[in-house]
Design a protein around this ligand. Structure first.
Ligand code: HEC
Length: 120
């Protein structure tokens, strides 16, 4: 029951008109810390688990001059991101099976398909 109410709130959250961020718990922390260097779309188009979001933050801290957060703020930011922009399975189509792909003219000779299309 509690979990259901939580999910419902996350899905119904209104979007902030300026950033497009879902205005659920702690969204202001993300607005205040995450849009100085790039468009908020980079965030709203991204999906990830808590661990994946944390990795992105660690990468920006290591390579892009993102500042350090105190642990409480960081945890709230991660929770917000993983709750509102969680991993999704259906955002990319499945890979096309190799046998349905056309022959690759750039493949090394060892991997060239000997068959011509349509001769199977
Ligand atoms: C100090 C600057 C800076 C701040 C602040 C910043 N980022 Fe970034 N971020 C970057 C840069 C630079 C890139 C790479 C942009 C590009 O590839 O065009 C990036 C890329 C990203 C990406 C794309 C990663 C990918 O793999 O494609 C996401 C998502 C992201 N940031 C989220 C965030 C979040 C969430 C915050 C707040 C916690 C944040 N950023 C704060 C500099 C910053």
């Amino acid at each position: 029951m509690v979990a259901w109410a939580f999910v419902a709130v996350a899905e119904d959250a209104e979007l902030d008109a300026y950033t497009g961020l879902k205005m659920s718990d702690n969204w202001e922390l993300v607005r205040n810390n995450c849009i100085a260097c790039h468009s908020p779309k980079l965030i709203t188009q991204q999906r990830g688990s808590a661990g994946q979001w944390l990795n992105m933050i660690r990468w920006m801290q290591a390579k892009q001059n993102l500042w350090q957060f105190d642990p409480d703020t960081e945890q709230k930011i991660i929770n917000y991101l993983a709750t509102n922009y969680p991993p999704q399975d259906d955002r990319r189509r499945a890979a096309i099976p190799l046998e349905l792909m056309p022959p690759n003219p750039y493949a090394p000779p060892s991997q060239q398909q000997s068959q011509q299309p349509g001769t199977q």
